[in-house]
Design a protein around this ligand. Structure first.
Ligand code: MN
Ligand code: MN
Length: 483
């Protein structure tokens, strides 16, 4: 009798218990990590910073991954046909990477597939890009926007050139200029505030900087003597020729990408965060590569795809639109396992495939909370995000995971003690965005978007958290282990 009385007398504790049972409070990953866990997050973050610094283009991402997979014993399936006991990888057109790892089960029963993208918003050089402004006195390079970027973020900052040029005789020239601390950098000048009122300040931010005004200062020492013409344009061309053997015509068959110069960095007085260019979507590429290495034995075979061109709509021979390359990779996985890649069998395997569309999520910005719907928005340090649907207002263009699949994924994550959050991108009518999920869903497979929260997304210095990176690696590993 006395005991019963005692229990009843603490309604506060009972209510707290009930609340935890019915709706557990969101967990900050740092609160849950012990000393070893924090050290693991820190070391993983440093390795990731090195990857981000080395892989600043989709080509660099594909070749970094290919190199690592080859070192892990995977076969280059573009060079060999037939069985591959440890799995294999293919790089298509230098920019799209697909990989296969065998599991205990046959590929005919379906795969666990992780899909990411290796391209990021940037500036490209136009095919005809060299010109001069003889009055102001500069040799210049003309750029073309690639992907959704805020133009003002790219002015008056150090920029590097990552180029790839294919010559008529079959030779290939690769350029990285502006990354070595001893290299000069490139820059797009911005107008001084003293004179920017009519040209920029009184305009809408989207109209204040014209894309055609985003040109790089490339040289300022003229060739020849003052009587000569085009001395600054020639100065730029001569440097391109002296350094890399290129002519203006060669630039027509080149892919010259302008990216923020310099390494990724730890951010914050506590160094808990990671700042750098291209985390959308190289963070999930890195996490998936780590997860594949960490999981030694899976039941289902693994497929991994790193697409190009996601930032401009996924169209093109290296993009995901229309389900490009997925069925081919699945067929090659059949062959690598000694099976005949019969059309219906491959399609059936894809219908029975579990897919994670691995992409970063826009997290709540501390200074612009109003664009987020706080109940459903992602928070940094609260674990990897499961995003049931993407798209714009009214779910237009959305890919959406079914309830049954969501249940299986959260069961898999919870079983491994993963800290994750359910999130949606922003308020309903603020904009929106999509991923590669819908192109995978077109095969009839289950797909859900899953990736770490990021602030300053699509900027030259995106910011993520070491703790969320750790949870993303663990979440992807848990996914790969799914039956
Ligand atoms: Mn992305
Ligand atoms: Mn993006």
């Amino acid at each position: 009798m006395a005991d019963a009385k005692k229990k009843k007398s603490d309604p506060k504790a009972d209510l707290k218990k009930l609340a935890e049972k019915l709706s557990p409070s969101p967990k900050n990953v740092w609160d849950e990590l012990d000393k070893a866990g924090r050290k693991e997050a820190d070391e993983l973050g440093r390795r990731y910073i090195s990857f981000l610094t080395r892989a600043k283009t989709e080509r660099a991402v594909a070749s970094e991954c290919a190199k690592t997979l080859a070192a892990r014993g995977l076969a280059d399936l573009s060079k060999t046909k037939g069985k591959a006991a440890k799995g294999g990888y293919i790089v298509h057109q230098g920019k799209l990477l697909g990989a296969f790892l065998p599991g205990a089960k046959s590929p005919a029963e379906g795969f666990n597939l992780i899909v990411a993208h290796g391209d990021s918003p940037r500036l490209d050089l136009k095919p005809k890009c060299v010109y001069e402004e003889s009055g102001p006195g500069f040799g210049m390079l003309k750029t073309n926007l690639y992907g959704g970027l805020k133009k003002f973020q790219w002015l008056a900052r150090p920029l590097a050139l990552w180029g790839f040029c294919a010559l008529k005789d079959g030779r290939k020239v690769e350029i990285v200029f502006g990354e070595d601390p001893k290299d000069p950098v490139l820059t797009i000048p911005d107008l001084l505030p003293h004179l920017d009122r009519k040209a920029q300040r009184d305009k809408k931010i989207s109209e204040a900087i014209a894309a055609e005004k985003m040109n790089l200062v490339a040289a300022s020492i003229p060739l020849g003597t003052p009587e000569d013409k085009n001395r600054l344009k020639l100065a730029v061309l001569k440097i391109l020729n002296d350094r890399w053997g290129l002519t203006a015509d060669d630039l027509v068959s080149s892919e010259m990408e302008i990216v923020p110069a310099g390494p990724a960095r730890e951010v914050g007085l506590d160094g808990s965060l990671i700042g750098g260019y291209g985390q959308d979507d190289r963070m999930t590429v890195f996490a998936a590569m780590e997860a594949m290495a960490a999981v030694k034995k899976t039941q289902r075979p693994t497929l991994f795809l790193v697409y190009d061109r996601e930032e401009i709509g996924s169209y093109g021979s290296t993009g995901a639109a229309g389900g490009n390359f997925v069925d081919y990779l699945a067929a090659r996985a059949f062959e690598a396992s000694g099976l005949k890649p019969d059309w219906a069998a491959v399609r059936e395997a894809l219908m029975n495939t579990n897919c994670l569309s691995a992409d970063v999520e826009g997290a709540i910005d501390p200074d612009y909370k109003e664009v987020h719907e706080e109940l459903n928005s992602a928070r940094v340090n609260h674990g990897t995000c499961l995003i049931r649907y993407t798209g714009g207002a009214g779910k237009y263009g959305a890919s959406e995971a079914g309830a049954e699949y969501m249940a299986r994924i959260r069961a898999a994550f919870d079983k491994e003690g993963i800290i994750w959050q359910s999130s949606l991108l922003g308020k309903q009518e603020e904009g929106g965005g999509g991923t590669e999920a819908l192109y995978m869903a077109a095969f009839g497979m289950n797909v859900v978007d899953c990736g770490p929260p990021v602030i300053s997304m699509h900027s030259p210095f995106e910011v993520s958290s070491k703790a969320d990176l750790l949870m993303t690696v663990r979440a992807y590993a848990a996914f790969l282990k799914m039956q």
